[in-house]
Design a protein. Structure first.
Length: 99
């Protein structure tokens, strides 16, 4: 159902990115993209080598964030992007890198 939402509808995506995604500036570039697109949420490295992120914003810009995650920064090798959709909660003021 969520794929039929309007472009201006606010949504939330919980994302797990796998591949060579740590040590390649993935979190920093994700934050730059999120700030540029006015997406709120966070990104962090996981102990198993994946990157986890939560994006909140208008559907159009969250989709752009997911497109970025599928490519990653220049030295990344993205093998998978798993997305869980949720209702917009509006709990974030900005975008942060979590440690």
């Amino acid at each position: 159902m969520l794929h039929k939402l309007g472009e201006n509808m606010k949504i939330r995506a919980h994302v797990f990115i796998s591949g060579r995604v740590q040590g390649v500036l993935f979190r920093g570039r994700t934050m730059q993209e999120a700030v540029r697109l006015n997406v709120t949420g966070w990104v962090r490295n996981l102990p198993d080598g994946r990157v986890e992120a939560v994006f909140e914003g208008e559907k159009k810009v969250v989709d752009e964030m997911l497109d970025f995650c599928r490519e990653g920064p220049r030295d990344a090798v993205v093998l998978g992007v798993d997305v869980s959709w949720d209702s917009f909660k509006g709990e974030f003021k900005d975008f942060k890198i979590r440690h």
